[in-house]
Design a protein around this ligand. Structure first.
Ligand SMILES: NC(=O)c1ccc[n+]([C@@H]2O[C@H](COP(=O)([O-])OP(=O)(O)OC[C@H]3O[C@@H](n4cnc5c(N)ncnc54)[C@H](OP(=O)(O)O)[C@@H]3O)[C@@H](O)[C@H]2O)c1
Length: 330
């Protein structure tokens, strides 16, 4: 079946289960949780009895407003929600966040949700912005929280969970830039050949390659009992389209969204599922859609996909070692 069929079936004919599994006693981090899917996922996890939910946000005042909103809506003590600064467009900020995480008594689950979608060309930390914010920083962040997740899993005897929010659009990434020989980072940094209509999809495909590699490098064992997964929330009504779009583009997106998209609350259920006690070992290194393991698609499973994953992850992990020495082996 093609992507169109899968998409329509998911959006219009699939019920996303309301999260019920308890997070009692747990500490959970959700990035990009001042708004959209991250905010609603954090709200669910507080409702499900987590002791502490950390909103990891780039603007602390926005995070504080989100925390107040969660606390008021659920009528819970303010100590249950903390706000920590995290800017994925700065390696320094991600590294500082990773160090701060070491001060926690425990860390049971993390949702790396923050991300961008833009048609504009921007450079962040030397890379095109989707590559920096949707791929390099999320994986750096994942590597830096992994030791604390492992430590907690060992102490509690329960699996830790680390979920990355991707997109099912990885299925239809064209990724023409991959045809350029040499370094993939170099190819993705060339403005002249960039297809900005495809770049978000490419970034989510590269994120999936990286999550699969991260999971393969950290197989489930008694010393590393952390389930690492990649999930899609499906198409949801949020503020993800922040570009200055034309009236016609806005109308098109508005109509499409009105007809097909989930509310952020419904979409957020998939984020909660990705780090709940419902995810089993089969989710490790897998793509989750509609709260279950889904086929990766030809962009991953084909010979070309396998070869691109190998090339990309080799380059990416070498780069991460340069950014924060020791992070890929900690
Ligand atoms: N909405 C959809 O249809 C859809 C579909 C598939 C996947 N997704 C994925 O779901 C995730 C959440 O998207 P959303 O729809 O909830 O979008 P959203 O409402 O735009 O939320 C994105 C969040 O990411 C944060 N963020 C952006 N750049 C950041 C940076 N450099 N450092 C730290 N935080 C940053 C934003 O913070 P600010 O508010 O400060 O900008 C915001 O909190 C994204 O990864 C997106 O790719 C969304």
């Amino acid at each position: 079946m093609g992507y169109g069929y899968t998409f329509i079936k998911s959006q219009l004919f699939t019920q996303i289960p309301y999260p019920q599994s308890s997070f009692s006693g747990q500490t959970v981090i959700v990035t990009g949780s001042n708004t959209g899917l991250g905010l609603e996922a954090a709200r669910h996890i507080v409702r499900l009895d987590a002791t502490k939910v950390i909103l990891a946000v780039r603007t602390v005042s926005k995070g504080q407003a989100a925390a107040a909103n969660i606390i008021e809506s659920l009528n819970v003590p303010s100590s249950r929600v903390e706000v920590w600064q995290l800017d994925l467009s700065s390696h320094e900020s991600v590294i500082a966040f990773g160090k701060r995480v070491q001060s926690l008594d425990r860390l049971d689950a993390v949702i790396q949700n923050a991300g961008i979608l833009t048609y504009e060309w921007n450079i962040v930390e030397g890379e095109e912005s989707h590559i920096a914010i949707n791929v390099v920083s999320p994986i750096l962040f994942g590597l830096l929280v992994l030791p604390k997740l492992r430590e907690t899993a060992k102490a509690t005897g329960q699996s830790g969970r680390l979920a990355f929010v991707g997109s099912d659009l990885h299925y239809i990434a064209k990724f023409k830039e991959a045809g350029v020989s040499g370094s993939m980072f170099d190819a993705l940094r060339q403005k002249e050949i960039a297809d900005m209509g495809d770049r978000y999809k490419v970034s989510k495909l590269l994120l999936l390659y990286a999550v699969r590699e991260l999971a393969a490098r950290n197989p489930l064992s008694s010393s590393s009992n952390v389930i690492i997964d990649y999930l899609t929330p499906g198409a949801c009504k949020s503020d993800i389209f922040r570009d200055d779009l034309s009236y016609v583009q806005r109308l098109g997106i508005g109509i499409g969204t009105a007809l097909m998209a989930r509310t952020t609350e419904v979409g957020s259920r998939t984020l909660v599922h990705g780090v709940s006690s419902d995810v089993g070992e089969e989710a490790h290194g897998a793509f989750l859609m509609d709260c279950r393991v889904f086929p990766n698609g030809t962009n991953v499973d084909s010979e070309r996909g396998q070869s691109l994953q190998k090339l990309w992850t080799q380059e990416l992990f070498e780069r991460l070692e340069l950014i924060e020495p020791g992070c890929t082996t900690a």
